[in-house]
Write a protein that binds this ligand. Sequence first.
Ligand SMILES: Cc1ncc(COP(=O)(O)O)c(C=O)c1O
Length: 447
Amino acid sequence: MNKGMENEAKKNLTQALYLKAKEIIPGGTQLLSKRPEMMAPGQWPAYFSRAAGCEVWDLDDRHYYDMSTNGIGACLLGFADPDVNVAVKKRIDLGSMCTLNPPEEVELAERLCSIHPWAEQARFARSGGETGAVAVRIARATTDRSAIAICGYHGWHDWYLAANLGESDALRGHLLPGLEPVGVPSELRNTAFPFKYNDKQAFQDIIDKAGNRLAAVIMEPCRGTDPEPGFLEFIRDKAHACGALLIFDEITIGWRLNYGGAHLRLGVNPDIAIFAKALGNGYPIGAVIGTKAAMEGAQKSFISSTYWTESIGPVAALATLKKMAETRVHEHAGKIGSLVVSSWKARAAEHGVKILAGDGYPCLAHFKFNYENSEELRTLYTQLMLERGFLGGASVYVTLAHNLEIVRQYDVAIDEVFARIAQAIRQDNVRELLRGPVAHTGFRRLI
Ligand SMILES: Cc1ncc(COP(=O)(O)O)c(C=O)c1O
């Protein structure tokens, strides 16, 4: 950030706090995706004072509609859902932490197993990455093997980043570009093997190399689009044939395409599935569900943590499950997401802006400017949307709180912003219009 921007930022409570944070909190925030630098450096509000539905107020009381990831996918019912909050507040008043255990976790285990009839047992954690780490530990304990085949993103833990220890940058295309496995013991080399979605041959190569020591395959059953016919079945059958378990990571896709894990819709059951994010609608809760045979390792291995025994997580999850079922939120997310995609496509076509959109599930809608300077254009887009009162991102994870009126207002803003962007492309002055640096992509050290 240049001196001028820095002086301007100091007059603005939201920006000033972030400048301070960067001095005292390495990396500025606790989650890469929540760094303002990922959206529009020096412009994106780092902090909120209040959030409700899909509305957000920053520290300077500026109001925004969230047309980005709505809590990085955590709040499918919208922020501060009133029904979930009633349940949580009741539990807080009764005491949410104690020497004894929360009875709600038993009900939650039953609920999750009844929604996923193949599953017989559940364990709970609180965040997504640690839930994945628990699942991997269980699989390793159950099979008494070490190697893990990986497809997609599963968090920050050593077992996962170990895939990037290879001689080559093995995870490129899966993980955040440029993310180094610094701090991950090099002794973990050759314990994690990545493969690409729909790439049967790449998975077969892993089986050929490490099949006899493969503990598990972990992958999202789908993320953007349905798998090629037979792909998931191929992975399941090959994994089972060499004695490995199949783990589906439903942390982001779960509950959005259908009620429960997306695998229910795709008709392939894993041995273990993991959930987090939307399960608690903003309150921390993660779940590992599995068959009794697959979960056997959880009895033997030491997997234990104090705050996995607090009550708010399970209570929030039960209230969230109830409301997601009653409202059929996945249908709403699909419908509203389709309208968002239509708005991008129609306005881009009208103004002659080249974008790529509509190639994935509408519940996780996204678009990309199809130009060499696409990141400059994305930054300008976010800047112009902020000026119009929208947290505008290239990914929009709609919630139950997004309604037709908000989409109508959004469409008006998209019309204006795409018109302005078209003009900037014609005049070749995108960079000059930016009020700050270009947004970062992937991992980058903050300076
Ligand atoms: C598929 C998937 N797995 C795991 C994670 C990690 O979850 P968390 O950020 O809660 O640790 C994410 C987060 O984006 C995810 O999308």
